[in-house]
Design a protein around this ligand. Structure first.
Ligand code: ADP
Ligand code: MG
Ligand code: ZN
Length: 594
């Protein structure tokens, strides 16, 4: 039998908006449908799964960008077991042995012929027999990128299969690991650049949930699949409630109270920024009577496995973890993801919080934030000796976006995150399912370019040259004093508002915060950011959104009971309206600093 020639496919846009019937008009559609039901036991495709399958079955490269839990695996597992065309091998590159095990076990239980190549050297020899061209070839081979890179034997096996026309496709799962910009960069992923050179005719499928456009472009460039079909599944997760809360010394008690009152007996994850913190917080939660265990990179491997299993099997409900806990976790009924320590980027936040509610039922994502913690996070980025300057700059940028998100108590959380990913979404689509939308206060946008420039000028005056370190609090106080002086008997801007302005200047890279030490103590001081001098000199545009009225007093934590619906309703009345800057000015909102 010969492989039929690839079907012409239209060059697809980056994002599909409407499901197209065209996707069902392929010669292999009936087999694909049958396989979905018979092998995978599923009733219908999720958005763009069929399009992804079509792309690879017609010999095209594909870039699949689905959120976590979106169903990426099916996009390559189903084509791998289709008989359409010629029998051959699908090679899946996956970064973690645990991920590989999970997927291959699930496939084996469905009767799929799959072999795996883990870390040990002998294994290639063991499965070499199985990878000879011929009718007994397995459908899939899972391997780590290191294996693909270092095993010459594997390379020659693949070359032989390729010559026999039985190397059907390469699949790069968690493809963001290729990108230096990604959070999980793996140097051995970089070598996947060779796939296109060595096997120019073998289609490549790259899959990821990390949506940042820069990372996407980098993945596509590195794999040399610029003519790929790009498929993006909507990233909005309507069942998730997003909220940011101020962090204080009472935070663990708040978390314990929240779990007891709203999530008693539910499964959840609490993320912390350091190993110590994980252990401390887990202990405090246990003292508060909750079943919590910690998890981080330094705990012994056997403990890791055990903790993960106990959590997966509902024996332990709450995991307090660093981000070491996460990739490859597929528990559908996680009811809350709480960040006790802030994530270092919105990509990270989206992924981590996205582990909640994969079953589509309501779940809470709550982040505790304190500006003072950001100094430590910046410090950690800057002191990382293995990262290049470019990477550090990128990570700092990511952190600034994260700060801006936390500081922004006005714009819809969904709009903030999804716009960062380049995904269009309106506040109405949130259906009042985040703290900022639910709070219902009307907002308006204000041009703060002037006050921002003055604030940066003041910061320069206070910090450049031989001067004593200035903390953010001091800067805000001085700014407030200066403002009061110049306002005279006129209206003054509340200090809290000036603080928001200053925080925004940090988020924009106009100001910067760096750590310094006196004796045993670490402090942070204000510096002029990389864009600061130019901004002070030439000015620049900066607008901020402010609330028109006062925030309602202390709302309760988490989504209001019974408020979630999976299909977001469009109730025009429930959504707060943004007021154009020209039409509305509250005294309270007029920032005047000069
Ligand atoms: P991802 O890799 O995108 O995070 P997975 O491939 O692990 O997601 O799939 C997540 C879950 O969704 C799995 O439990 C899978 O069985 C389920 N799933 C995938 N496709 C479908 C479908 N078409 N219908 C129902 N469930 C599906
Ligand atoms: Mg996956
Ligand atoms: Zn919202």
């Amino acid at each position: 039998e010969d492989i039929p020639p690839p079907l012409p496919l239209p060059h697809l846009p980056v994002t599909y908006v409407n499901r197209d019937d065209e996707a069902t008009k392929t010669p292999f559609y009936s087999e694909v449908q049958r396989t979905l039901k018979d092998v995978f036991g599923l009733q219908q495709f999720r958005p763009f799964q069929l399009e992804a399958i079509n792309a690879t079955l017609t010999g095209r490269d594909a870039f699949i960008l689905f959120p976590t839990g979106g169903g990426k695996s099916l996009c390559f597992q189903l084509p791998a077991v289709c008989k359409w065309g010629k029998k051959g091998l699908t090679v899946v590159v996956s970064p973690l042995l645990s991920l590989i095990e999970n997927q291959t076990n699930a496939l084996l239980s469905k009767g799929v012929d799959v072999v795996t190549l883990g870390s040990s050297i002998t294994q290639v020899r063991e499965i070499a027999q199985r990878l000879k061209p011929g009718p007994s070839l397995p459908s899939l081979l899972y391997c780590t990128p290191e294996k693909l890179e270092h095993s010459g034997m594997l390379q020659s096996i693949l070359a032989t299969l390729d010559r026999a026309g039985q190397l059907l496709r390469f699949v790069i799962d968690e493809a963001h690991c290729i990108s230096l910009w990604g959070m999980d960069f793996r140097s051995s992923y970089k070598n996947l650049v060779q796939l296109r050179e060595r096997y120019p005719k073998v289609p490549i499928m790259a899959l990821t949930a990390t949506a940042n456009p820069q990372t996407q472009d980098d993945v596509i460039k590195t794999l040399r699949i610029s003519n790929c079909v790009r498929l993006t599944q909507p990233f909005n997760r309507p069942n998730l409630w997003y909220e940011v809360r101020k962090k204080n010394t009472n935070t663990v008690q708040q978390i314990a109270e929240f779990i007891r009152s709203k999530h008693s007996g539910h499964t959840g994850v609490i993320y912390c920024s350091s190993r110590d913190k994980c252990e401390i917080v887990a202990k405090q939660l246990r003292q508060a009577g909750l079943s919590a265990k910690h998890y981080h990179a330094e705990i012994p491997p056997e403990d890791k496995k055990q903790v993960q299993e106990e959590w997966q099997n509902d024996k332990c409900k709450i995991i307090v973890a660093t981000i070491a806990f996460g990739m490859g976790i597929d528990k559908p009924d996680v009811r809350f993801v709480i960040h006790h320590g802030m994530p270092t980027s919105l990509d990270g936040y989206y992924q981590e919080s996205g582990r909640a509610g994969r079953d589509g039922l309501p779940a809470d994502c709550i982040l505790f934030y304190a500006f003072r913690e950001t100094t430590f996070l910046f410090k950690r980025i800057r002191e990382n000796e293995t990262a290049t300057r470019d990477v550090k700059a990128h990570q700092e940028d990511g952190l600034r976006h994260m700060i801006a998100y936390c500081e922004n108590d006005v714009d819809c959380r969904r709009v903030q995150v999804l716009n960062y990913f380049g995904q269009p979404i309106t506040r109405e689509e949130c259906n009042a399912h985040c703290d900022n939308c639910a709070d219902g206060v009307e907002t308006h946008e204000q041009d703060v370019s002037g006050p921002a420039q003055s604030a940066v000028k003041l910061a320069i005056k206070l910090t450049v040259g031989i001067s004593k370190p200035v903390s953010k609090t001091e800067l805000v106080s001085k700014l407030y004093a200066q403002h009061k002086d110049s306002a005279g008997s006129g209206k003054t801007t509340p200090k809290a508002k000036l603080e928001r302005l200053v925080n925004r200047l940090f988020a924009e890279g106009l100001l910067d915060t760096i750590a310094y030490q006196t004796g045993q103590n670490i402090h942070s001081k204000v510096q002029v950011g990389h864009r600061g001098i130019a901004f002070a000199k030439n000015g620049g545009e900066l607008t901020m959104t402010f609330k028109k009225g006062a925030k309602k007093s202390a709302p309760s934590m988490g989504a209001p009971a019974g408020s979630v619906s999976n299909a977001p309703k469009r109730t025009a009345t429930s959504a707060p309206v943004k007021i154009a800057k020209a039409t509305y000015q509250l005294d309270d909102d007029a920032i005047e600093v000069s």
